[in-house]
Design a protein around this ligand. Structure first.
Ligand SMILES: Cc1cc2nc3c(=O)[nH]c(=O)nc-3n(C[C@H](O)[C@H](O)[C@H](O)COP(=O)(O)OP(=O)(O)OC[C@H]3O[C@@H](n4cnc5c(N)ncnc54)[C@H](O)[C@@H]3O)c2cc1C
Length: 544
């Protein structure tokens, strides 16, 4: 950066919040700039934490051009930028960590810009939700290989690439980033960087042309640049799906089954619960939800007769087909031929049997596919408790050790959990043919924040009690999460949603740290973009 440019920044950095708000509202229009305290506070919280600081304003650009102007105006005024998609994360990833922070709300850049069935690419703005993307592609008989997290009703493609996602399609195609072809990124000074092989003026059609610059911005927690356009690979929607579920007496049997199913590559996705999470699910579900889901099942089967049969079987199967102390896995297979899917289901049955599992009703697997993006009501427990997961990505060989170490920790902490009303469950899933995710989930009595209240459906919220503030219980959960993260570090686990919760920078070798810091200072010399994300510290130059 030239001396003149630095001097301009120095001079501009004395601007007041009112002056910055005025500049930004001239760029985006008054209706896309908010200084309302409630909105500022909501954007200073995530599902897990409330920042002690409050962002000065919330700005929501609606185009690439406006985004570039906004980012350069904010950084030139000496403010930090906290990019935010739908705010559906829980690792303090986008909340302010510095005075003078502008929340960059990407949810209004939500268009599907181009579906190109010939080139087999789709380009979206980053605020497009996974549900909206799937809906736009469905009439073309297309989808992206990874096609969304379970929060995809509101969570965004931009958020999902900035911190990486697991779930739909991940068993075959890996994480969200593995479906990326190219990105358009706005850098801290407003310059626009484009990745991938692309004809001039067109969307990229191939990711790999030289070093993988797209990869640099995948999982970056928004600290290297702001995603402005995202091009993903398309595939034809598999014509056939099959579902199968199994129960096991132990977590070891479940994990050994999941590891072997992952190696075999038979599941498009699988998801598994421990007895703790099964109990929560049983308590949580209501008759109204059941009726809705049965309707979705009927719609999905394509013919009324088949649909009614499937719904009737599901209803008869009821909710009590998993014994209270069992572990269950729900497997979805998909493919181009009925025979292929049926062979995958048989392979799953053989693996489960070899590990001591028995087949149970496939209701959960079916329901997951019939309604992949449900309302996000599960961010509160069945009695209105708070909810917060933590996770580790383990190699197939190390997943059981991670689970056992978490179990020992929870056994050690059982008296303090009991004293404060904390209880736990686990969600397990797989990533491609080479990793499992172990996700302990905590529930505890604590008041909900404004973001949670705005997220849960009003009729669901109305059924739940409002709990009182309970910082002691939250401190117990914070300690348990920290210790799970320490176990993960000890085992060399990977993580999504690094945000400000997982020790990324500390876990890298010296050469990697040097490279990451050099890239950060080249792309964002004043450290304005999401300071502290990934563990990259804020340079002192920018603010006092
Ligand atoms: C009920 C529930 C279910 C969930 N299920 C899953 C699941 O199945 N799989 C899974 O992986 N996760 C899941 N999650 C976690 C979470 O929803 C995802 O990680 C999701 O990707 C968050 O997306 P978001 O748009 O809300 O991002 P945010 O939380 O708003 O932001 C996430 C990060 O991305 C950055 N960011 C956002 N947009 C941009 C941008 N345009 N440019 C640069 N940086 C940006 C932010 O600064 C932040 O660091 C679930 C969460 C909930 C509440």
């Amino acid at each position: 950066m030239t001396k003149e440019a630095l001097l301009t920044i120095e001079a501009a950095s004395n601007r007041s919040a009112d002056e910055v708000a005025e500049i930004l509202s001239q760029i985006v229009g008054r209706s896309n700039l908010s200084t309302d305290l409630d909105e500022r506070q909501r954007n200073s919280q995530d599902i897990w934490s409330n920042s002690p600081l409050t962002v000065d304003m919330v700005v929501a650009p609606t185009s690439l051009e406006d985004l570039a102007k906004v980012v350069s105006a904010v950084t030139a005024a000496g403010y930090a930028i906290a990019p935010r998609g739908a705010g559906m994360s829980y690792t303090s990833a986008y909340i302010p960590t510095a005075e003078r922070t502008v929340s960059l709300d990407m949810s209004r850049m939500n268009r599907v810009l181009e579906i190109d069935p010939e080139a087999m690419t789709v380009t979206v703005e980053p605020g497009c939700t996974w549900a909206a993307l799937a809906q736009a592609l469905a009439p073309h008989g297309l989808r992206t290989p990874f096609w969304g997290p379970m929060s995809g009703l509101t969570s965004t493609v931009g958020g999902g690439l900035s911190q990486l996602n697991a779930m739909f399609g991940a068993g075959h195609y890996g994480t969200s980033s593995e479906s990326v072809i190219g990105l358009t990124i706005v850098l801290a000074d407003g310059r626009v960087l484009k990745t991938g092989a692309r004809a001039k003026g067109h969307a990229p059609f191939y990711r790999n042309y030289g070093p993988d610059l797209a990869g640099l911005f995948c999982g970056d927690a928004g600290v290297f640049g702001v995603k402005a356009e995202i091009t993903l690979r398309l595939m034809r929607r598999p014509q056939h799906e099959g579902y199968v579920s199994f129960a096991f007496a132990t977590g070891a049997a479940l994990l050994s089954t999941m590891a072997e199913m992952a190696r075999s590559g038979i599941a498009s996705e699988m998801c598994a619960f421990d007895p703790g999470l099964t109990k929560v699910r049983m308590k949580r579900a209501s008759l109204a939800d059941d009726v809705k889901v049965l309707g979705q099942l009927i719609a999905k089967e394509g013919s009324l007769g088949k649909g009614l049969l499937s719904a009737a079987k599901t209803a008869l199967g009821g909710r009590n087909f998993i014994e209270a102390e069992e572990y269950s896995v729900h497997v979805i297979c998909e493919g181009r031929s009925k025979v292929g899917v049926s062979e995958d289901l048989d392979a799953a049955r053989a693996i489960a049997k070899a590990n001591g599992g028995h087949e149970i009703e496939n209701t959960i697997a079916k329901v997951i596919r019939a309604n992949p993006f449900p309302p996000l009501n599960s961010i509160l427990g069945p009695e209105g408790e708070r909810w917060a997961p933590v996770h580790g990505i383990a190699s197939l060989g190390a997943a059981l050790t991670l689970f056992e170490k978490c179990e020992s920790l929870f056994a050690e902490m059982a008296p303090v959990f009991e004293q404060h009303g904390v209880y736990t469950g686990y969600l397990f899933t797989s990533l491609s043919t080479n990793a499992l995710i172990i996700e302990p989930v905590f529930y505890w009595p604590e008041e909900r924040n404004a973001l949670i209240e705005a997220t849960v459906e009003p009729q669901h919220l109305a059924r739940l009690p409002s709990l009182a503030a309970n910082p002691d219980a939250t401190a117990v959960v914070a300690e348990a999460r920290k210790r799970v993260i320490e176990i993960c570090a000890e085992l060399g686990c990977g993580h999504f949603q690094i945000g400000r919760s997982y020790p990324y920078l500390e876990s890298r070798d010296e050469a990697s740290v040097l490279l990451l810091e050099t890239i950060k200072s080249a792309l964002d010399p004043t450290g304005a973009l999401n300071p502290g994300g990934l563990g990259l510290e804020t340079p002192t130059a920018r603010r006092s």
